[in-house]
Design a protein around this ligand. Structure first.
Ligand SMILES: [Zn+2]
Length: 333
């Protein structure tokens, strides 16, 4: 049993309370490798933004859970080296799908876990979430739960049909489970293809798809039922069209990739939404940078010469999100 406190990590309780109060949101960035982690920490340290490092099932399979935990420990020290005296870094399990997985992460030094039992019937979701909360809270680890179903595919989380969170369930669910934050479904979705073309309208000039708006009425209803309770949005990448363009111009093929407009995420950040998950956008930044180099310099075979620029591009993206979308800069001085 390792306590996250010994690793210099923090849980989400205080940072969420401040974010709800201050009308901003904390970035939750997924990481799978060193370059991504360096980019996240550099961006957060420079901007003094609290940050959540997320580890998905796909990341655990790809990079190994133990290694990722030690990388997060290294990230705290790295942040200090970069001049961030009191780094506020959370190590969070994204989409834990069983009690055992959540327990193993708590025992390994994660400071926050998500139990995603949203695909189960309501009562089973309540029971499993409560079991995880009861275990995690003994060690002051915070727990995110989910109500409602998101569409899309990302790291072994897949659903064909989405349905919005039912506002009439949220009071019962949070009081019965004791969860610390709640992921809701209001029209965001996982992956780089968040909407089918027939769900969107098309900009007549550029031909780019314009997605349907998020269900802010559902969010408002939930906020009314749970004043000040931390709300989480998954699947909130914006799929920047400049990256899609670079990818497609350099041998890639991402037709009609579409995400959530940043303007809507900015609005959400000002509400009780205090954690916004962004994964696909950093994948796109990395892929765009690497494809461009491969195309322009076919003789390049030193991985540092393409992973380095990819890292710089991801850092730029993370800084943009922190300052221009979430508003979390200078909140962890
Ligand atoms: Zn998710």
């Amino acid at each position: 049993m390792i306590s996250y406190k010994e690793l210099g990590l923090v849980n989400t309780r205080e940072m969420f309370a401040k974010a709800v109060e201050g009308g901003y949101a904390i970035p939750a960035f997924n990481f799978n490798n060193m370059e991504q982690l360096q980019a996240i920490i550099q961006a957060s340290a420079e901007l003094k933004s609290p940050v959540i490092l997320q580890v998905s099932k796909g990341a655990r399979n790809y990079a190994n859970q133990t290694l990722l935990r030690y990388m997060a420990e290294g990230a705290v020290e790295y942040a200090k080296e970069l001049g961030w005296e009191h780094p506020q870094i959370v190590l969070h399990l994204d989409h834990g799908d069983s009690f055992e997985v959540c327990k193993s992460c708590v025992d390994l030094g994660f400071s926050s876990v998500m139990i995603d039992a949203s695909s189960l019937p309501y009562d089973e979701n309540v029971a499993l979430t409560k079991k995880v909360v009861d275990y995690a809270h003994q060690f002051d680890v915070t727990v995110e739960a989910e109500l409602g179903v998101l569409a899309g595919v990302e790291d072994e989380v897949a659903s064909e049909e989405s349905h919005y969170t039912r506002p009439e369930e949220v009071i019962d669910f949070t009081s019965k489970t004791g969860c610390d934050s709640l992921a809701i479904s209001i029209g965001t979705s996982h992956g780089a293809y968040k909407f089918k073309p027939e769900q969107c309208t098309r900009d007549p000039k550029s031909g780019i798809l314009i997605p349907p708006p998020l269900a802010f009425d559902v969010l408002e209803e939930i906020e009314k039922k749970l004043p000040g309770f931390p709300i989480v949005l998954h699947g909130s990448s914006s799929v920047p069209q400049e990256y899609v363009k670079i990818i497609n111009e350099n041998g890639g093929k991402l037709p009609d990739a579409v995400g959530i407009p940043e303007e809507q995420l900015r609005m959400a950040s000002k509400s009780a939404v205090c954690k916004i998950n962004i994964d696909s956008d950093s994948r796109l930044a990395m892929t765009a940078a690497i494809r461009k180099i491969f195309n322009e310099k076919p003789g390049e075979f030193d991985p540092r010469k393409y992973l380095g620029p990819a890292r710089d591009e991801m850092k730029k993206l993370y800084m943009h999100k922190i300052v221009n979308v979430l508003g979390s800069d200078n909140k962890a001085l």
